[in-house]
Design a protein around this ligand. Structure first.
Ligand code: G6P
Length: 614
């Protein structure tokens, strides 16, 4: 969380920083700020609220300068207000910093600095860090680079920082641990950011800093990278970025979330492309091959993730156990990491993360790795920390997901996990070749079926009008669609702020049924072939208590469609693949309800897309 940008070159920095911050706002939007270097002082402009509020604040101020840093905040230490906004000055205003992460030992450092006469304006850990750097710089009579390095060796926590010094218009010091940082390399100019989106139009050459590395960028001299501890110089590895600008723009849609929902036929095709050779009846995944034998011999697969990624893991539990007959456990990364889990060296841990940066997932991976497990990462962001920390993995290739509520990343995660389940099942001899071929052919048709599904948007608008102002929703599903019910409820909570709960349909009678009355819409995923009769009974139980039923049914359905108040038809597919389709109307429903209620769909309150704190 928190987005950082920086520029050092010969262009005006301010417009680059502001545009960059807007692209990073998905990382947090409690406040925004910039610092610009001028020959005699550093101009800091910062404001609680969004980047547009910062722009208003900047009117009439000095916004010139070719060196600058910017920050968009997701508050951790200190409430979101102007003072706690970044950038933060040191006491003397000689140094200025932006920071993404948490300095865990800030309290003891702060006490020490206070005893040496420092005063603090904000409640942030970041102000402590910049004063600590200043104190070292003064005490040791050393350079900014050395002072930053010495400070970081004494810091516990996570950071991606950029530091500038008054009067020094040609140098910036950067460092990273735990939080992401990428440096765009132009022609005697440098761009710094949490991800590459802020500088795509300027350069495609990028260096991703590794943990506990620092970079010194100097105009006319270039970039020097070295380790924070050990001071070992590292050759910069310049990568060519594959991203393009269109992928991070709204493309005519009102919101990124809607664009991303509509992109799913394409993103799922991209996930499956080259990995599923339908004609040959083969699944082949480059990142998987080397560890295939380990997967096939695994006594257990543990899946970890957070939020929506955890839901994708739950879908996989059904699929892997069904097809591969390998026991699967799915766990929240945050619980797994703290409960001293039993991990064996022949366990496979699948870590799922859209961003590849989630702090809890990363910590859980590190724990499992230490205990000898093989880690397989499923990430969307190429080059992200989790992707690099795992032993092996597969990218979802869903393209940049900017709406904070995850949509296309979820379906791509499910698609790749479906491939893994089918492949393992086939290799283990649980799926005959002819059936395997049939399944691949059907999976190949899913993007087209989603295209058909997306045409029911008018029906979903009708449902939105009827129920959009209700205060509570229940989502029910059975089997492989139980996790979809959880995901549907999460989507509604996240962006409409409506209380919603997901349950296995059969569990309704053990509690949630007490809540059902005429003001409780119940979304029932009712297309499940093998448990259809059971779902009919569940729907009848709801109707008997005057609940309002919105049912997701298969095309041509008779029984549930008649019982339900509203129904949405979806194209028929293999039961195992239904989550890829049933999830679409639930995403659209939450989107339309959020729009109806005037909520900020892409940037829901209190949330951030990339959660790099515990
Ligand atoms: C945040 C996001 C969710 C996401 C979760 C896990 O809460 O708002 O959309 O599902 O983090 O993120 P990850 O990047 O690890 O999938």
């Amino acid at each position: 969380m928190c987005g950082i940008v920086g520029y050092l070159g010969s262009r005006e920095a301010y417009p680059i920083l502001v545009k960059g911050l807007k692209r990073l706002e998905y990382r947090g939007y409690d406040s925004a700020g910039v610092a610009l270097g001028t020959p005699n002082h550093i101009e800091v402009i910062k404001k609680q609220g969004k980047v547009v509020d910062l722009e208003k604040e900047a009117i009439g101020k000095n916004i010139t300068g070719s060196i600058g840093i910017g920050h968009t905040r997701w508050a951790t230490h200190g409430v979101p207000n102007d003072v706690n906004s970044h950038p933060h000055f040191s006491e003397s205003e000689e140094l200025v910093i932006i920071h993404n992460g948490i300095i865990e030992n800030y309290d003891s450092l702060k006490k020490e600095l206070i005893s040496r006469g420092y005063t603090f304006k904000s409640d942030t850990d970041t102000e402590v860090l910049i004063n600590f750097i200043e104190e070292i710089k003064k005490a040791e009579q050393t350079t900014l680079e050395k002072a930053v390095q010495m400070a970081l060796t004494q810091v516990v926590g996570a950071y991606a920082i950029a530091v500038m010094e008054k009067g020094n218009l040609t140098e910036m010091v950067l460092a990273k641990k735990g939080s992401p940082m990428v440096i765009g390399i132009g022609d005697n100019e440098f761009f710094v950011a949490s991800d590459a989106s802020p500088f795509l139009e300027y350069t495609k050459d990028a260096v991703y800093l590794e943990d506990e590395e620092m970079a010194i960028i100097k105009l006319g001299e270039g970039i020097t990278i070295k380790t924070v501890h050990g001071n070992v110089q590292v050759d910069p590895f310049i990568q060519k970025l594959q991203l393009n600008l269109e992928a991070i723009e709204k493309g005519g849609f009102d919101h990124f979330m809607l664009k991303e929902i509509y992109e799913q036929p394409k993103s799922i095709r991209d996930t499956l492309r080259g990995r599923m050779l339908v004609d040959k009846g083969i699944i082949s995944m480059a990142g998987f091959q080397e560890y295939e034998a380990k997967f096939l011999n695994a006594k257990r697969i543990i899946i970890i993730g957070c939020g929506t990624s955890w839901h994708a893991g739950l879908v996989a539990e059904y699929l892997i156990e069904q097809f591969a007959r390998i026991p699967v456990e799915v766990e929240y990364a945050s619980e797994f990491r703290y409960r001293d889990p039993i991990i064996n060296s022949d366990d496979i841990v699948i870590a799922i993360s859209q961003s590849g940066e989630t702090a809890d997932t990363l910590a859980a991976i590190e724990l499992a790795k230490e205990r000898g497990a093989t880690i397989f990462g499923i990430c969307n962001v190429v080059g992200s920390t989790i992707a690099r920390t795992a032993h092996a993995g597969a990218y979802t290739h869903a393209g940049p997901e900017i709406g904070v509520a995850s949509t296309k990343a979820f379906s791509s995660q499910v698609a790749i996990l479906t491939l893994i389940a089918l492949h393992l099942g086939h290799k283990k001899g649980n799926i005959a070749q002819s059936r395997f071929h049939e399944l691949l052919t059907e999976l190949d048709s899913i993007p087209e079926k989603i295209e058909t599904m997306l045409k029911s948007d008018d029906r979903i608008l009708e449902i939105t009008e009827k129920y959009g102002q209700m205060s509570n929703f229940l989502y029910l599903g059975r089997g492989v669609n139980f996790p979809v019910a959880l995901e549907g409820a999460l989507k509604l909570k996240e962006i409409s702020y409506i209380h919603a709960e997901g349950y296995p349909a059969a569990e309704m009678k053990h509690g949630p049924i007490a809540l059902i009355d005429e003001s409780m819409p119940v979304v029932v995923i009712a297309n499940q072939g093998s448990q259809y009769e059971k779902i009919v009974s569940n729907v009848q139980e709801i109707k008997a208590r005057k609940g309002q039923v919105i049912a997701i049914v298969n095309e041509g359905d008779q029984t549930i469609s008649e019982l339900a108040d509203f129904h949405i038809e979806i194209p028929v597919t293999e039961e195992a693949f239904t989550p890829l389709i049933t999830t679409i109307p639930l995403q659209l429903l939450s989107y339309h309800i959020a729009v109806l209620r005037g909520c900020n769909v892409d940037q829901p309150r209190n949330l951030a897309k990339s959660v790099t704190v515990e």
